[in-house]
Design a protein around this ligand. Structure first.
Ligand code: 13P
Length: 281
């Protein structure tokens, strides 16, 4: 079923696992990401940045995700990741995205609440789920860079007020992770995550999943992480395969001979991740 993430994350909470939220960077890899979840019998959240959504087309993404959800009877959410502009969010929702994130992490606490609440009001009227963010994620994503010394950890005192006043359905937390970290692993602040989890009964979201050590996943699940974002790992797998395939290709060879192995390498990454998300207890 094509759905928002509310029932998907609720079920994950009941059954004690976390749901993979995978960033697609192009149309080519998308069907294989969804097929990976079909083969593992799990739900999935597909996410795109605003720039990727504009590049592929909001409605094209909705069409593929909802068609595949129907055809394969898998639960699929299509989520707009890290949107900072209300008009982009409106475009996604109006085109049929089932979920959005408003990233107000660069704003004051008060402004973050005000702007997130506006998004929640627009989204909930249309059956769309909303993720908010408190604190920041390090690293670079789509040109926005948060340096290590500028990283802000979520203030646990803010969490309850933010969730109550905005009405968000899930909360992204700053607990030490970084976007785009594929050469090393993150040191997660578990004490902080536990403190946040003790304060609010809401699905928590981890960003920068590529840099997270798989051994840390059971503890993240224990402390309420129900949406687990992974992007760079897929991109790196696809690009590595593309470099080796395209390097020696005949110029008139059908594209699919070079691209199918790239998609397959993404599918393998997604399948492995999903197994860890499902089976880590
Ligand atoms: P990575 O690209 O580091 O896996 O992070 C993905 C993410 O958090 C998207 O918001």
């Amino acid at each position: 079923m094509y759905t928002n993430f509310i029932p998907i994350l609720k079920e994950a909470d009941n059954l004690n696992y976390t749901v993979g939220a995978f960033n697609t960077h192009g149309l080519e890899m998308l069907p294989d990401i969804i097929m990976a979840t079909y083969e593992e019998g799990m739900p999935i959240i597909i996410q795109t940045s605003v720039d990727t959504a504009k590049y592929i087309g909001y409605k094209n993404l909705v069409a593929i995700c909802s068609n595949m959800a129907d055809e394969y009877m898998v639960d699929v959410t299509l989520h707009l990741d890290h949107a900072r502009n209300f008009d982009d969010i409106k475009d996604a929702i109006d085109a049929g995205y089932s979920s959005v994130m408003f990233d107000g992490s660069n704003l004051s606490f008060k402004e973050n609440i005000m702007k997130t609440k506006r998004v929640v009001e627009y989204a909930h009227k249309r059956g769309v789920s909303v993720e908010g963010e408190l604190g920041t994620i390090g690293g670079t994503e789509e040109g926005i860079c948060v340096k290590e010394d500028e990283k802000i950890y979520t203030n646990p005192e803010d969490v309850k007020i933010f969730v109550e006043l905005t009405g968000v359905d899930a909360l992204a937390v700053g607990i030490g992770t970084n976007h785009g970290q594929f050469k090393s692993k993150t040191k997660i602040n578990f004490e902080l995550l536990k403190e946040i989890h003790d304060k609010v009964d809401i699905p928590l979201v981890i960003h920068g999943g590529t840099g997270v050590n798989e051994d840390d996943i059971p503890k993240l699940i224990k402390y309420g992480i129900r949406k687990f974002n992974v992007g760079t790992e897929l991109l790196v797998a696809w690009t590595k395969e593309a470099i080796s395939n395209f390097e020696n290709t005949k110029l008139n060879k059908s594209l699919r001979y070079n691209i199918i192995p790239c998609n397959k390498s993404v599918k393998d990454v997604v399948k492995n991740k999903i197994k860890v998300f499902r089976d880590s207890k």
